[in-house]
Design a binder for this molecule. Structure first.
Ligand SMILES: [Ca+2]
Length: 133
């Protein structure tokens, strides 16, 4: 049996994860959990880095993210609706992975954000896995 970081491909799956995270979330403490999403470093259609136009267009930017376990481009939109700038490829250097955040005024509800794949700043980011079939 093996497990991967979770691919959140439907609203139902996202709601299931939220429901299970809430009981283990300390109120008003900023928490993050890595899930299995990542930003492609290059455009698979061209093999080249993403263009400024692609990065500037929110719909195009969302297509740069994929689920590592399946290799599929993210179709379900679980990005944080309260922040028009997300995803924002923050930070812009290095690999960008997908997390769920909760507990801060601007990150309330375990929605997607992109952030460093390895962070020295937040020491206690968790991981959400799912068993492979
Ligand atoms: Ca971000």
């Amino acid at each position: 049996m093996s497990a991967d970081l979770v691919s959140i491909e439907t609203k139902e799956e996202h709601e299931f994860i939220k429901k299970n995270l809430k009981p283990i979330t300390t109120p008003n403490i900023f928490h993050g959990w890595y899930v299995g999403g990542k930003r492609r470093t290059v455009d698979p259609a061209t093999g080249r880095p993403w263009t400024a136009a692609q990065n500037a267009n929110k719909a195009e930017l969302k297509k740069q993210y994929y689920w590592v376990a399946t290799g599929k481009t993210m179709a379900y939109d679980g990005w944080d609706k309260s922040k028009a700038a997300i995803p924002n490829t923050q930070p812009s250097d290095g690999d960008t992975c997908v997390l769920l955040w909760a507990g801060r005024r601007d990150f309330l509800d375990y929605e997607f954000d992109d952030y460093l794949c390895a962070s020295d700043y937040y020491k206690d980011i968790g991981y959400i896995c799912e068993k492979a079939n």
